[in-house]
Ligand binder design. Structure first.
Ligand code: GLU
Ligand code: ZN
Length: 465
């Protein structure tokens, strides 16, 4: 059998609900979806929730809502891997019965000790292959890998990637707890769901030969599944894109005012490009033009500036009414939070908005009132340096992020060092609001959030040193 085509294609997205959906996973979901929709095949969703300790219902719901926000729909009901546990065990029993797997009672120390004595690479040496170990409380089940030959992954993007079988140790497929390993659940479910195409991250390529061996041993012809391992998403330095480089969770972009269509359009450029080189284009066109074979092998660089440009472009194309409707909640959120405090202070209704303008300013664009700046940052420079350092230091790890806790950092220090409270908070106030007078500072800081608060404090701290 040859890899399926057209409407016979069955792709899937198989996230583990152990955290927020990251950019890389969203790109994986998108590319599988594009393949399925381009071909008129099926897009399935499987929640890989066998890690009971790390999987939560909350993360499952978050995955569903993030996919919905992105507009990535799927066919049929989602499959929950944990509900197939019996089937996974049955598959293992079948493997053992046919001699593809066996019990092993070696301890970690024994395995490592023999590897060290051998002087070869670490790993399991097949010690129990023919020992006929009976299942017991401390036994695992291992898959018997072939001694010779190659396992070849036919990757649509990378071509044939060969793994010499002698480098594949007899890997564990059932833990001593009796729980089948992820690899088994994953391979069995892909077989049972009739998956024909797996597009997933490059980081999983090294486990693919094991998946193929499992499939073949379970009776699949072995050539009925096509793989495409998607290039890594990297930062400007070419290293794996991580939290340190910026927000990795898709819902962060959602809450920061990115439009789903713009986000999807940008994700589509991470490793793929249309033949005409046009990057900015509606999803419907991307679906039409998408081709797995033209996905790049090279790492895809995440470029926030470019994402912002895409987003700006999409925003400008919105009908004005829609733009207003989409922006209004951001205005309302800030005003709702500050209203009780403003009501205590204003003498005319127009004064409220003017008092909270700084909350809407871009952190790098905040303007400073001249008089306030001179008084606090120039004439009071030593205290300003000290207080900004205290605030930056204290806020970096502050938990929970509440007005009270924020207040404690600054006022606690002031009291301990007998600095008048007003003087101590002035540098923080000017750095955050641009002025020495305004609404209650701590509530404003809570609302601004840690990241934006720190950005403002650091900007001023750098400027005055
Ligand atoms: N659940 C795996 C993950 O989140 C995906 C495995 C696969 O796509 O085969 O990394
Ligand atoms: Zn053993």
């Amino acid at each position: 059998m040859v890899a399926a085509r057209g409407s016979a294609i069955r792709a899937r997205f198989a996230p583990s609900p152990t955290g927020h959906l990251h950019i890389g996973s969203a790109r994986t979901a998108l590319f599988n979806w594009l393949l399925a929709r381009h071909e008129g095949g099926k897009m399935l969703l499987r929640v890989e929730d066998t890690d009971a300790e790390r999987s939560t219902r909350e993360f499952v719901d978050l995955i569903f809502s993030t996919l919905e926000w992105l507009g990535l729909d799927y066919d049929g009901e989602p499959v929950f891997q944990s509900r197939n546990a019996e089937r996974h065990i049955e598959a293992v029993q079948q493997l053992v019965a046919f001699g593809h797997a066996y019990c092993c009672d070696c301890t970690r120390e024994e395995v490592d000790g023999r590897a060290a004595a051998r002087g070869g690479p670490p790993g399991y040496d097949g010690h129990c292959r023919d020992r006929d170990v009976q299942p017991g409380p401390n036994t695992v089940v291992r898959f018997r890998t072939p001694d010779e030959g190659m396992t070849v992954v036919h990757d649509i993007i990378r071509g044939d990637v060969s793994f010499p079988n002698e480098t594949l140790e007899d890997f564990v497929i059932v833990r001593s707890t009796g729980a089948p390993m992820f690899l088994v659940a994953n391979a069995v479910d892909d077989l049972d769901m009739g998956i024909t195409h797996i597009l997933r991250g490059e980081d999983l390529l090294s486990s693919t030969p094991k998946a193929l061996l499992l499939r073949t041993a379970l009776g699949s012809p072995g050539d009925d599944l096509a793989f495409a391992h998607l290039p890594l998403i990297v930062n400007q330095q070419g290293k794996k894109f991580s939290k340190r480089d910026g927000a990795v969770a898709v819902d962060d972009y959602r809450s920061r005012g990115y439009l789903p269509d713009a986000f999807v359009n940008y994700l589509a450029t991470l490793g793929w490009g249309a033949p005409d080189g046009v990057e900015l284009r509606p999803t419907s066109e991307i679906v039409e033009l998408f081709d797995v074979a033209s996905i790049s092998k090279s790492p895809a660089q995440f470029d926030l500036k470019k994402l912002r440009n895409f987003n700006g472009d999409y925003i400008r194309r919105l009908p004005l009414d829609e733009y207003k409707a989409l922006t209004r909640p951001y205005l309302d959120d800030v005003f709702d939070a500050m209203a009780p405090l403003l009501q205590e202070r204003v003498k005319a209704l127009t004064e409220g908005p003017a008092m909270i303008d700084f909350l809407f300013t871009d952190d790098g664009e905040l303007a400073f009132d001249d008089k306030s700046w001179t008084k606090v940052m120039v004439n009071g420079k030593d205290l300003a340096v000290a207080m900004l350092d205290i605030a930056i230091d204290g806020f970096e790890t502050l938990a929970p992020w509440t007005a009270e806790a924020v207040n404690d950092v600054v006022i606690g220090y002031a009291d301990d060092h007998e600095i008048p409270r007003g003087k101590a908070q002035a540098p923080v106030r000017v750095a955050i609001t641009g002025r020495s007078v305004g609404p209650p500072l701590w509530e404003a800081i809570e609302l601004l959030g840690r990241e934006r608060t720190l950005a403002r404090l650091r900007r001023v701290r750098e400027r005055i040193s």
